[in-house]
Design a protein around this ligand. Sequence first.
Ligand code: 3HC
Length: 284
Amino acid sequence: MAQAVGVIGLGTMGAGIVEVCLAAGHEVIAYDGYPEAREKGLERVRKGFARRVEKGTMEQADADAALARLSGAEAIADLRDVDIVIEAIAEIPEVKHDLFRELGATLQPDAILATNTSAISVTGIAEASGRPERVVGLHFFNPAPVMKLVEVVRTALVDPQVYADAIEFAEGLDKEAVPCPDTPGFLVNRVLVPMLNDAVRTLAETGADPIDLDRALKAGAGWPMGPLALIDLIGLDVQLHACEAIAEGLGDPHFAPHPLLAQMVEEGRLGRKTGEGFHTYEAR
Ligand code: 3HC
């Protein structure tokens, strides 16, 4: 059933989530606190649909109809009446808590409040909202229009009906909805993030060429893209934060980010989004 969806934060993930929701027939109200980021995000969504038409996976008329269901919001208050809101802002716990406090005070009472956090406690976010029984994690994977998985994160505080509705919503997006406990890194990142950290460690300790390391994992272990290219896609800042959150959450320093990763983030080499990470990219 078509619903009104609010998406907050229009970076790579937020824009991808908007595209997925529109393609599934929902109405989307998109908001980003930074007007420039909002325009860039909306442009990204338009490009996503242009790409579908170009590839022949969508008719122009359907792309036009999807984009006609999209509107940009000027303020959080514009999302007041949505059925579900999906947050995809920066991975900073205090900032997310403040946002959910505001959402809890603003949205209509039956709204589902979802966070796309990679590794921050959904329970903490739920508590900050003041209506923890209506909060779930909906964790999409990058690129969101392509990757089939959505981890649906369940806290001990969520109303079972809200959780069931969240699963149904994710399945309605034509995604594989996998139930996950609210533990550090959920399921995928608990496995994947340490593996990517080990790729950085291997690079630093062996002095291998990043291109060779990626070629090796693709050809030798069946990775669709090399681990360093994948960190570039995810964003080195996101990977850094995920390592820190998992290390802290599990109380195990083995998961702490390799210093090379922290150094590259410090230098502003964040991967594809800045044009440089382990590899170099054309400006987009
Ligand atoms: N947006 C939309 N579509 C995209 C895209 C993007 N950014 N990038 C690629 N695609 C589409 C292409 O159009 C193509 O579609 P088609 O089959 O209809 O023609 C399809 O994806 C395959 O793309 P390509 O042929 O160009 O390239 P690849 O075959 O190399 O696939 C990839 C690209 C899908 C990104 C693949 O390399 C892959 O699966 N990589 C691993 C991605 C991954 O592991 N993501 C998870 C990251 S972890 C995460 O997000 C969690 C977070 O919390 C950290």
